[in-house]
Design a protein around this ligand. Sequence first.
Ligand SMILES: Nc1ncnc2c1ncn2[C@@H]1O[C@H](COP(=O)(O)OP(=O)(O)OP(=O)(O)O)[C@@H](O)[C@H]1O
Ligand SMILES: [Mg+2]
Ligand SMILES: [Zn+2]
Length: 161
Amino acid sequence: MARKTLRVSKIKEGTVIDHVTSGYALDVLKILGIAGRWDGVVTIAMNVPSQKLGRKDIVKVEGRELSAEEVNKIALIAPSATINIIRGYKVVNKQRVQIPAVIKGTIKCANPACISNSNEPVQPTFYVKCREPLILECHYCGRLMEKSDVLEQFLAKASSA
Ligand SMILES: Nc1ncnc2c1ncn2[C@@H]1O[C@H](COP(=O)(O)OP(=O)(O)OP(=O)(O)O)[C@@H](O)[C@H]1O
Ligand SMILES: [Mg+2]
Ligand SMILES: [Zn+2]
């Protein structure tokens, strides 16, 4: 009899990023900087049926835990994601990502003339107008940014790093 689910080997230590907005698994990998060579097992599932989301992506990375900065970035592109820390094959910690009301530092303003892009000592600051779909407003110039703008920055950074 055919099995209903595909069997994939479990990871011993690492991170499972579950409930990723479908279509964004590869962007999550790029944010983590492991689009290319990586020693550990990486498992990606795309468009998996989900009770909560209808469809979701999942990213599993062996031998890796995420920094706060990485979690903040993932939140912006996959606001329903859960970060599960795996140790000894078990989930030992589960954290839902969060988008704060104000974002400082993680993103640059898309307006080249914005004071936050000058040599003035001001930290880029955005107000979260909407979480899904993502809309951010620059505190300094009022420029609105959406998920595609944010993603473009993350990917440009990942490939130049
Ligand atoms: N050792 C492991 N290796 C690979 N994936 C794992 C491992 N342990 C758990 N997972 C995966 O991590 C995710 C969270 O596991 P958990 O057992 O908490 O599932 P769950 O009860 O469905 O969680 P949730 O309520 O967040 O949907 C699932 O996608 C599960 O398949
Ligand atoms: Mg589940
Ligand atoms: Zn601005």
